[in-house]
Design a protein around this ligand. Structure first.
Ligand code: IMP
Length: 179
């Protein structure tokens, strides 16, 4: 991706649009999880900003925990095998788990995580993703809450990075190579 070394940003969703959508998602989750044992699981690092804002938009008692994963590299990427770099601190047994993701691209990471969490005896496991890039999907994943569906472009900002940069932008932008 060296073509991005000298690149420019094209805003896709402004900070205000992101915040407005998250309020809507939070209101829906609040309705859907009444009386349940809601456990948010933030997938680091990309979903950190989304989790921080989404949890404040949910008017329910809840817990939040964090997991960090990395894919095993190009060869096993297609198998969806991922390595857990930092596991959860708490048990999911009997909990209504809502996995909070930044973006669903191939779906391989999420597919692995959902399988992993279901084996921990959670009462239910659902997904909230800020962005969905359906054109690149390789694994079928059911995403209950989607912020925005986007075209097949590389995006940064609001937690999403390119080589660890841009995570701090309050908006979501397409990273365009300069020609
Ligand atoms: P998947 O396993 O292909 O669905 O990949 C998911 C992960 O890849 C996301 O959680 C992101 O961290 C990263 N990713 C996928 N697409 C983008 C993008 O457009 N910008 C930044 N990161 C991305």
């Amino acid at each position: 991706m060296s073509e991005f070394t000298n690149s420019s940003l094209k805003v896709l969703f402004s900070a205000a649009q992101v915040q407005e959508r998250i309020q809507e998602m939070g209101a829906r989750i609040t309705r859907d999880y009444q009386g349940k044992s809601l456990a948010l699981v933030c997938v680091l690092k990309g979903a950190s900003l989304f989790t921080a804002d989404l949890m404040r938009a949910i008017d329910l008692p809840l817990t939040v925990d964090f997991i960090a994963v990395s894919s095993y590299g190009a060869a096993s990427k297609s198998s969806g095998e991922v390595r857990i770099l930092k596991d959860l601190d708490t048990s999911l047994k009997g909990r209504d788990v809502l996995v909070v993701e930044d973006i669903v691209d191939t779906g391989l990471t999420l597919n692995y995580l959902l399988d992993n969490f279901r084996r921990r005896d959670a009462a239910s496991v659902q997904v909230a993703a800020l962005l969905d890039k359906p054109e690149r999907r390789l694994a079928t994943v059911d995403v209950a809450y989607i912020g925005f569906t986007i075209p097949n472009e590389f995006v940064v900002g609001y937690g999403l990075d390119y080589a660890e940069r841009y995570r701090n932008l309050p908006f979501v932008a397409i990273l365009q190579p300069n020609d």
